[in-house]
Design a protein around this ligand. Sequence first.
Ligand code: NAP
Length: 267
Amino acid sequence: MGVVNIAQKRVRMFPARVLLLGGTSEAVELASILSGRTDVAVISSLAGRVSNPRIPVGDVRIGGFGGVAGLTAYLKAEHIDIVVDATHPYATKISANAESACSDLSLPLIALERPPWEMHEGDDWKVVPDMQAAASLVNHHGNRIFLSVGRQELDAFRGCEKAWFLVRVIDPPSTELPCHAALITKRGPFTLEDELQLFREHSINLIVSKNSGGTATYAKIEAARALGIPVMMIDRSARNGVTVSRLSDVLQKLTTIFESGLMTSEV
Ligand code: NAP
């Protein structure tokens, strides 16, 4: 048990119980770092989307909680003291749910969001707000599109009957591909050489991508730059709460919470 209520105050007891919402390489790394500490007990949570996920060190639970209500009930039942949201920048639903549940329970929430990629000289990006906007702009004869936006997002492109797509996903999609498409199932990280070869082999002349940030999938952006291929970049949604961008910031926030001696939601 991490916290007891004494005279209306939430007083910390070690180890503090941390729910780490994951599904990213940062969450795996964080679980590994925190596993070496005696002042925290971490439970990593995965959505269960991929068939062979990278399993973090330590305790792991897999599957949705059942919305805000389910997450709130889980946080109470497991006596969680702190939530760390280290989910992917485009996993907006779970992040919003974590904000609501932590706010309802006055629990501290530390949200880690990796910085987006930035345009460099030689990049040719068109930034669009969402998948539908991208789908409506790319559907032209002669377009040979590399699409690596995640299998849950493919629906938006199903009606694109003019363009040809090379779809790369981790697991085979359960929904239909666009009518002119080839499928590759492969997990990153990918090298620049991998991507250059792939784009040349398939005569790719347009790329549709999320602005995921990080290094694991950045090679496609570098390859696009090298080959002069334009990128249709799906923008991130604006986030409500405060975020930090580095693992060291998360560790610093945890220290701040511990040193304060009190758990409050304002960190
Ligand atoms: P999402 O749209 O924000 O979440 C949809 C639902 O999935 C949530 O409401 C929640 O279900 C469940 N969920 C999501 N992340 C969870 C977690 N870490 N633990 C337990 N339940 C979780 O998220 P998504 O885009 O489907 O992404 C799912 C997972 O894949 C995330 O963990 C994310 O970090 C990872 N991921 C996403 C992307 C991407 O581009 N979206 C890329 C790489 C990795 P309930 O409402 O039932 O609790």
